[in-house]
Design a protein around this ligand. Structure first.
Ligand SMILES: [Zn+2]
Length: 343
């Protein structure tokens, strides 16, 4: 009875073949592993009458040996086949394959473009920590004790009393610069900022800002306007118009929002500008004398202006991107579109 079964297994082993790693593994599962047909023969041992156990055992061991020899043979065959196909693929006379080097992220490119524009008119670059204390993020910038930005819903606090938070704006870098340098100061601070916002097409909890600060004797609002006119034309094109709208920020007085003519409709009115022909790109103003004094700069002698813009906002306007989330999704289909533009 079992002789027939064993003969059939031996025939199957003799006929087995493998040309790939997968087929080799299939063979191993079928004839070598514990759950294989050969493994099952060993399990059958207990059903064999005692007087036949010895001869049955010999037969099964012979099958096991046969299966293992065949396995070694197939391993050798597959490895030879692999070597051959590899050497056949290699032609040293061919030109090298085209490696894709990727491109610059649109936010990085926008940030660099902004830096280039301001560097040419004498601004240097300054950076500061993303984890800030209350003084640099709020108090030195004239934020009143009960200002809503300090509330939990807007700021990611790491620790309360003393307050340590993820910076909510890059204005904190301006405080650090003014504390450590004497005027004249002309500096640009780009960087990542954090706010506790629900993520949507128009808002994110992580985004990037760039702030500019100019402190010297006799700096006036006309200097602020001229600097931003220059920036808007360099960044968005010569035809771009700039409009200042009165506003309020704790750290500047007077303060103004900066609008430019809508790039989509050229000022005629469209969905993006909600029909007004204008889009906002940031905020600005004359540095509040309290802020200068807080940072150890004599506000009777010096005046200054500051401005801040969202880098995502600028990139979205410049490249007509409708959803803020695309910047952080790492979808190469999105990123590839900027490759020819930004190299
Ligand atoms: Zn428009």
């Amino acid at each position: 009875m079992y002789q027939e079964k064993i003969e059939a297994i031996k025939a199957a082993i003799a006929a087995a073949d493998a040309n790939t790693q997968e087929e080799l593994e299939a063979y191993r599962m079928e004839y070598i592993s514990k759950k294989s047909v050969v493994g099952a023969l060993f399990a059958d041992m207990r059903n064999i009458p005692n007087e036949e156990k010895k001869s049955f055992g010999q037969l099964v061991n012979a099958v096991k040996q046969l299966a293992e020899e065949k396995f070694q043979e197939l391993i050798e065959k597959v490895s030879q086949a692999n070597k051959k196909s590899k050497s056949a693929d290699m032609d040293l006379t061919l030109p090298p394959s085209n490696h894709s080097l990727g491109g610059i992220h649109p936010l990085t490119a926008t940030r660099q473009r902004i830096i280039d524009i301001f560097e040419r008119i004498g601004f240097n670059l300054s950076e500061g920590p993303e984890i800030e204390d209350d003084w640099h993020n709020f108090t030195a910038l004239n934020f009143p004790e009960n200002h809503p930005a300090r509330e939990m819903q807007d700021t990611f606090f790491i620790e309360k009393n003393p307050d340590i938070a993820l910076r909510t704006h890059t204005s904190s870098v301006q405080v650090r610069v003014m504390e450590n340098q004497k005027p004249p100061i002309r500096t640009l601070s780009p960087g990542r900022v954090y706010r506790n916002e629900a993520i949507s097409a128009r808002a994110h909890c992580i985004f990037h800002q760039v702030e500019g600060l100019y402190v010297d004797e006799n700096v006036g609002f006309a200097d602020l306007k001229n600097t931003l006119y220059h920036f808007a034309k360099e960044m968005f094109g010569k035809e771009t118009k700039v409009r200042f709208r009165p506003s309020y920020f704790p750290f500047t007085e007077p303060s103004a929002e900066i609008d430019i003519t809508c790039l989509i409709c050229g000022g005629k009115g469209c969905n993006v500008c909600k029909g007004s022909g204008w889009v906002e790109i940031g905020g600005s103003g004359m540095v509040d004398p309290n802020v200068l004094d807080n940072c150890g700069i004599d506000s009777k002698k010096y005046t200054g202006f500051a401005f801040g813009m969202g880098i995502e906002r600028i990139a979205m306007l410049k490249y007509q991107i409708k959803d803020l989330r695309l910047f952080t999704e790492n979808d190469v289909r999105f990123l590839r579109q900027f490759k020819p533009l930004l190299q």
